[in-house]
Design a protein around this ligand. Structure first.
Ligand code: IMP
Length: 180
């Protein structure tokens, strides 16, 4: 069923059971890849809050979870290219295995900004896990991007943490903007 959010119409795109299956597979893969370590998950707020919560339920190895907050969109439909640091990490990451959890990667600007910022703090490793990737929009390949839920076209999406003008984050499924 189509829904109206602010001035735009959205249609169902990725169903919640499909998301749940994919999240489980990624969680199980992380258990294998990070066996014998205590990784530190860093959720990038706001958009990743549902994804990280569901993902870590499938993580059975010891791990730590923290958050940082960046904003790159300012509520519109396209990236402004500007990144605002809303709150920083309060954890020492030196020598730690970091897994950054993102809702969506588009140009990769936000992620590159964050990776550069964290690298100077000398973690043992950084990898990135994003629920969604708009692959055609990625400016340069990001080697740290090891786990992707779904590769999608360049459609504006909301739900499962993602917003349009701060609305729609609470939707269980992922919706995409209806094209005019
Ligand atoms: P990037 O810096 O261009 O990779 O953009 C990533 C950020 O833009 C994400 O963390 C989101 O906040 C936002 N974003 C990109 N595409 C969408 C979308 O389709 N829906 C909602 N937010 C998006």
């Amino acid at each position: 069923m189509k829904i109206q959010v602010a001035d735009l119409e959205f249609e169902p795109f990725i169903a919640s059971d499909e998301i749940a299956k994919r999240v489980r597979v990624i969680g199980e893969q992380l258990n294998v890849d990070y066996k014998h370590t205590i990784p530190l998950f860093i959720g990038v707020l706001n958009g990743s809050f549902i994804f990280i919560a569901d993902l870590v339920k499938h993580v059975t190895i010891p791990c730590e979870i923290t958050f940082t907050k960046l904003a790159s969109y300012y509520g519109g439909l396209s990236s402004t290219g500007k990144i605002r640091d809303d709150f920083d990490l309060n954890v020492n990451i030196e020598g730690r295995h970091i897994i950054l959890i993102e809702d969506i990667v588009e140009t990769g600007n936000t992620l590159n900004y964050l990776i550069d910022k964290l690298e100077v703090r000398k973690p043992a490793s950084i990898s990135v896990c994003t629920l969604l990737l708009k692959k055609s929009e990625l400016k340069t390949p990001i080697v740290e991007l090891k786990y992707t839920g779904f590769e999608i076209d360049n459609d504006y999406v909301i739900g499962y943490g993602l917003d349009y003008h701060e609305l729609g984050r609470n939707l269980k499924e992922i919706y995409r903007k209806v094209s005019e």
